[in-house]
Design a protein around this ligand. Sequence first.
Ligand code: BGC
Length: 514
Amino acid sequence: MAGGFVSQTPGVRNYNYKLTPKVFVTCFIGAFGGLIFGYDLGISGGVTSMEPFLEKFFPYVHKKMKSAHENEYCRFDSQLLTLFTSSLYVAALVSSLFASTITRVFGRKWSMFLGGFTFFIGSAFNGFAQNIAMLLIGRILLGFGVGFANQSVPVYLSEMAPPNLRGAFNNGFQVAIIFGIVVATIINYFTAQMKGNIGWRISLGLACVPAVMIMIGAVILPDTPNSLIERGFTEEAKEMLQSIRGTSEVDEEFQDLVDASEESKQVKHPWKNILLPRYRPQLIMTCFIPFFQQLTGINVITFYAPVLFQTLGFGSKAALLSAMVTGIIELLCTFVSVFTVDRFGRRVLFLQGGIQMLISQIAIGVMIGVKFGVAGTGNIGKTDANLIVALICIYVAGFAWSWGPLGWLVPSEISPLEIRSAAQAINVAVNMFFTFLVAQLFLTMLCHMKFGLFFFFAVFVFIMTIFIYMLLPETKNVPIEEMNRVWKAHWFWGRFIPDEAVGIGAAEMTHKTV
Ligand code: BGC
């Protein structure tokens, strides 16, 4: 395949490797893991706006929705309805904590398999649901699946990928998430037009398709060299490294993996160790990046775009169609990150995307505020509604090449092996917790904060952009087991990293990153 690549980042080692078809195919299949998450994210919003579904399980919301509504902001406010959406994320939170041990002890691929399996069972419960209990049990099983997949897939991709293309490969996870969302919205668009209860059953039941895909994928995937070494399969690890890097000259990278594994064996309790000062930068990042990702407010769009568009006065069919359009835009714009993240780096995308989201959120808040006012009784014209949809698309595009993919990439690549699984579990748990909170609270927040909700998220986007500017060092092209050097060179985090962690004298650390 393509010629060899050599890492150009100063202060870190250079490995020699080729982009092999094997690593490409492996990561492509690995990224399937994002599909189950995405399918679920995309399906819930549409299903909860389908009348037969509401009539069967949430008759109170259905009645309220049909009645003449004097306050547009509060039309869909129901804690039980949001619990349907958000229960999954609590389950995912819990399972990601177990998944970290399975990922470490049995390897990344079996965590993925388990994720697909529980998701499969959950989809059956949901597709055949007769009552709310079945619906919620199904959601919880789906949540377990998502927790396992999200814990293992980003780490899998980051470990498999050649360092210079790690960003692009890891972004495959986000591409799969958004692809899942788009497919789900398209399915919803058609099933919403079916009479009776069949439509929502098809929407929820079809979750079994991505579940089967990830199960099959996980069975055929090899495990990462890092994980093989961690579990004592040193010879196999070397062969795997040679075959995915397309060269027999992998000694240097292999030695780094072995060293990282040796060091990680000294650490008996990753959960306790991650609290040590030397892991402070990773701990802070793995807590704050997912927190901020959710506080961008993106899932207000992901879950509730159809509801939001109906609030803006669109008919339910037009609302689903608009949700489809925002999904497609998000998918296309994610590729901007795929193609630039290893060239321009993570920081540029984070900062540019943040500023774009900030401006569009403020504009959306102002427009809705002017049109609906505080009472929420105004009327919105067609042109204005379309303008708001356009602003939402600009906001979504900004997220699609920044916090969306990077919210999964950066936490998966910044931790040394000895705490990587635990750190990723924290990342998923925090992400799921705030996904849950936003899903659970959004409709109530919209009801009470009205257009101010958009300003609320804008404040967070402002804070997170400053956070990245000050505290996140650039990690593009840095081999994953060499990341300590980047932290050591950082103006703030350097003080937390002991010299022995980078295995060099301080004189070597000449380049400083922001
Ligand atoms: C986020 C999700 C979001 C999705 C699509 C992911 O990176 O974690 O919460 O729904 O992107 O926008």
